[in-house]
Structures are given as C-alpha cells and as structure tokens.
Design a protein around this ligand. Sequence first.
Ligand SMILES: *Cc1c(COP(=O)(O)O)cnc(C)c1O
Length: 449
Amino acid sequence: MNLFRQIPKVDKLLKNKNLQDIPENVLLYSIHSVLNELREKIKNNKIDKIDENKIINEIEKKACGILSPSLINVINATGVTIHTNLGRSLIDEEIFDEAKKVSTHYCNLEYDLDKGKRGDRYHHSAKHLSFLFGCEDALVVNNNAAAVFLILNTFAKDKEVIVSRGELVEIGGSFRVPEVMKASGVKLVEVGTTNKTKPKDYEEAINENTAMLMKVHKSNYTIEGFSEEVYIDEIVNLSRKHNLLDYYDLGSAYIPKLPYGLSNAEPSINDIMKFLPSLISFSGDKLFGGVQAGIILGKKELINKLKKNQILRMFRVDKITLSLIQATTLAYIKKEYEKIPTLRQIFASIDELKNRAKKILSLTPALRANIKESKTYVGGGTMPNKAIPTVVIEIEGNAVNWEKKFREKLVIGRIENEHFVLDVRTIQDDEIEKLANIINKLISCEVKR
Ligand SMILES: *Cc1c(COP(=O)(O)O)cnc(C)c1O
C-alpha cells in the first residue's frame, strides 16, 4: 500500500471545517509544513498509516504557533529586580499612560510651537534631565552602549583614550569595553594593573594623541582585597590639568539614598555630578528605573558636538522613549519615588514582603511550603556582591521538577538550598491572584497523578 497516495489533498484540508478560523495564508503555510513533515516520515518508514484527524490537529497546532505572540509576560519570582533576561526595569502604569497619550496622537516631537517650524527632538528630555542632575545639557540615545560608542566616536576617533586595566569589563550580552572602543575608532591605552590603578598611571600615559581619560563602572564584578582605583574626581582634575576630556561610563545611576546599605557601596549620581565631569552616561533601564535608553549628561558645548555626529541618527530614540524618560524624570524631580517600580521593589521592607508571602499562602491552602528570609541581588550589573534581604516561599518537594512546572506556567523562580523558591520581592501585587491560581492548578495536577 502506498502511503504517499493517501496523503490528504491540500484543497480538501483548506476546506476542513475545523480549520476555518485560521487566516488563509497561515493555514496554507501550516498545511504545507505538516504535509512535508509527513512525507519525510513516510520516506524514513517512521509511520505505517495515515491518520487524517491527527494531521488536522497538527495543522491547528502549527497555525497556533504562528499566530501566538512570542514576547509575553512572565511572573518574576527570582527576586532579582533589574533582571536583564526578564526585561530589566518595569514601567509604572501612570508613567506609561503619559507615553501612551503622547504616542497615540500627534505631538510636538520635532516641532517648535513658539516659532511654528521644525524643532529639536532631543530638547524635550534634556530640559528635565539637566534640571534633575544640575548639568548644562543632556542627550538620550537608544541605550548606554550607543552612548559609549557615540561619545568615543565623536571626541576620540583616531586618537587615544586612557582606561584603567581594572575597568576593561565585559557586561552581560557580550558588551566588551575594549571591543566597543575599537569599533568606535579610538585607540585604547590601558594603564595600571587589574587590581591597582593610580592617578600617576593615567598621567604617565598622556601624550599629544590623547583625547580623553575614561572611567568605566565595573558593573557586574568587584575587586576585593589589595586594590586601588582612581576616582572620578581625580580623573576630572587630571583631565582639566592636561586640557583633555573626561568621560565616566557609569552604567547605572541611582538618585535617592538606597536602603540596606546599598548607598555605601557606591556614590549616587548626584554625588558624582558635584565633580562636574565633562561627560557621563548611564542606562535608562537599570537603577534609574525607566525605559531602555542611554542617558548622556554633560557640558552644552559637548552635547552639541554629539548632536552633530551623523551616527546619532542611528541611535535616535522614538517619541515613546522620550516621553517615558520625560515622565520618569519628572517623577524624580517631584520626588515621587513610589512611581519608579525598580525603587518600589528595592525599598520594600521585610514586613511588607512577609505580608505578600502570607497573602499568597492564604490563597493556596493546599501548597506545602514555608515562608523564609533569604538574600537576593538588585541585578542588571548593578551593585555586585551586595546581597539584600528578601522573603521567599520555599516549596516542599523536588526542586528541579517544580522549577520546570512553574516555568511552563510562566512563573520564573529560583532554586536555593535544593528547594524551589518563589522570591516575593519581585512579585507584583497585581500578580498575586494569578500566581495563586497557577499554584492551585499545579497542586491539583500533582494530586491527580
Ligand atoms: C550596562 C552597562 C552598559 C550597557 O548599557 P546598555 O544600556 O545595556 O546598553 C555599558 N557600560 C556599563 C558600565 C554598564 O554597566
């Protein structure tokens, strides 16, 4: 019997009444794709009969795969607030509403309402950022990587930039400082050693080709023990003395004093701005707690030069980013820190977290679990080695199994001391009911087995 001849005809499948809800282009693609797989199986003697219902099911599944969105929500129960894999900082609904208003209607993005002609898109965010950080001017680009590239390319192309060996870091997602520098056309001059760099090391490397002294935040690692770094005030002084530019790639910037001693680990951006660095840049979606962006602060004359670089066009941000940065910056100016979800999560007290955990357990009476205190990290390459206290729901049973089951239901937790735990620091209040429903369903499946 020839199985190939029994393969259902495409025309017939297209008319199948169970497949009529699928858009025609998707249906046709799915049919061809399932039939091709079927022919492959027949060729390799993997099947001995044709089951039309099974084929129809597979076509439905294939179409469903094409039609369902790929970027979807998960519940972050890892405890890591700035989780780069899970979207870094969250945007507050109220702040998002502002951006929605601006973006769903026409706006004065590049239109000067006073003069009635073309305006500057970058002027919008710059006004508030300059006020907030007490600097002359500001520029928002696509992300901090773009900020680094743009600054180096504008001010040091074909020239030398001096950086400490201890700061030639790789940030997650293979952003390597030396490679970005090379790509931007500057010559990297490494000074000092991995653990120690002194002002003298910078000074000795300065020559007529030097354009800039650069400092890079170490982000995701720390050097402990016998170590020494050159602080930004010394870099600023040195560059002034030698008539050079100084630039600090700060990576992440925080404004209000942080709890749990985090502020002792490193200075706030306002403390750094007091030294009047020529240029500084940081990410919009790390501790600043906004949308993905690279925020550049500095002297007006330097920002103007950045704006004249053709490459800026490639790093240009949309109105949605500009309006989100604007709303976030305004919240900071008004000291409405509760509007910054990243800060809300970091500031949540242990009592608050215990109440959240208790609420989850009260909604899931059949769950065998305990509430425990534990430690977590802020994440996103900020505050490395700085554990902060947190509260977890520790679930009894096989940790690896639970991790997988929860992940299949789009809840991402972590394994700790051979237990699967849900860290409540990053669980949003409006996710509690949904999470409880997921847990209750998972337990009822367990019981049935
Ligand atoms: C995170 C980080 C970057 C990259 O910033 P993105 O906004 O992710 O592009 C660059 N430099 C430092 C020091 C960082 O910490």
